[in-house]
Design a protein around this ligand. Structure first.
Ligand code: NAD
Length: 298
């Protein structure tokens, strides 16, 4: 299949490579010339603009952009996809954005005869490279089925979450919980150690007791508890605190529109904001534990 791909960053670059590996023909666009050159080296065709991708004989277009502002520009802008794409071409946005923007863009696409899915992912850059991402997909069931062979080349779990925007709803609800649970684990681990417990023993107790969760078991924020966790290598790699802050912002903003309280989510957002202010936004989000510890000499 001939597929267009826009947004060749940390996630989009490896995802587009996996489409090539699966035997698809891929036409790419990104304002960063180096990102385009790397994909062309891997066998992709370069396009000079979103319009040029839309004008190529593609059956589907995938986008993986930073945020809603870029998604709206790329789809709705004068030189954008909707102004130039042929009727019937399937549009798939895998960026993490707010559900209302996702629904707005999908409605505009549908009105001109282009089915559109929101298909945000979890699994991080490792999952993008390995082709093991989870896709949370919102849109018509028939369009989800049509997207299957494309998404299967980049991911392992493909979940239809319901109507347009629901993929984004699933993504931000999960990350809201993840952001909160990491704060909880950081608080509990720091308290236990301050009161005299050994960190590894405490983590072992939590992980065989009712406090157990992904943040305690797989990505424990206390240094030295898990050899392979970011906490044991200065919080490098992993899922950046800045990205967690973005996702909590999406959740609290969406909650405002739904008049739905997100008491702990809003508190977690403020905590990650404080971490960012201290200059730690580039670290894995488990570095939130630094707010519970005395400053270490650099
Ligand atoms: P990134 O910043 O590495 O990549 C974004 C790419 O989009 C860049 O190459 C940029 O040049 C390109 N871009 C910007 N404006 C563009 C435009 N107008 N047209 C085409 N391309 C444009 O970001 P990323 O880490 O790849 O994340 C992409 C999306 O995936 C975000 O919405 C993010 O929240 C989400 N996400 C990221 C991760 C992660 O671990 N990095 C995990 C899950 C979801």
């Amino acid at each position: 299949m001939h597929i267009g791909f826009l947004g060749l960053g940390n996630m989009g670059g490896p995802m587009a490579r996996n489409l090539l590996k699966a035997g698809h023909s891929v036409t790419v666009y990104d304002p960063a010339a180096a990102a385009v050159a790397a994909l062309v080296e891997a066998g992709a065709h370069a396009a000079a603009s979103p319009a040029a991708v839309a004008q190529a004989p593609v059956a589907a277009i995938v986008t993986m952009l930073p945020a809603a502002a870029q998604v709206k520009q790329v789809y709705l802008g004068q030189d954008g996809l909707l102004a130039h794409v042929a009727k019937g071409v399937l549009l798939i946005d895998s960026s993490t954005i707010d559900p209302l923007s996702a629904r707005e863009v999908a409605a505009r696409a549908a009105a001109q005869g282009n089915p559109m899915l929101d298909a945000p992912v979890s699994g991080g850059t490792g999952g993008a490279a390995a082709g093991t991402l989870t896709f949370m997909v919102g849109g018509e069931a028939a369009d989800f089925d049509r997207a299957g062979p494309i998404l299967a080349a980049m991911g392992k779990n493909l979940v239809h979450c319901g109507a347009s925007g629901n993929g984004q709803v699933a993504k931000i609800a999960n990350n809201l919980l993840l952001g909160i649970s990491m704060v909880g684990v950081a608080e509990a681990m720091s308290l236990g150690v301050a009161l005299g417990m050994d960190a590894k023993v405490l983590a072992g107790i939590i992980n065989t007791s009712s406090g157990r969760c992904w943040s305690s078991e797989i990505n424990n924020p206390y240094p030295g508890v898990l050899d392979n966790a970011p906490a044991s290598r200065g919080y490098s790699g992993g899922f950046g605190a800045e990205l967690m802050l973005k996702d909590l912002g999406l959740a609290t903003e969406a909650a405002k529109h739904a008049r739905q309280p997100v008491l702990l989510g809003a508190a977690a957002q403020q905590l990650y904001q404080s971490l960012s202010l201290k200059g730690h936004g580039g670290l894995d989000f488990s570095a939130i534990i630094k707010l519970y510890q005395q400053d270490q000499p650099a």
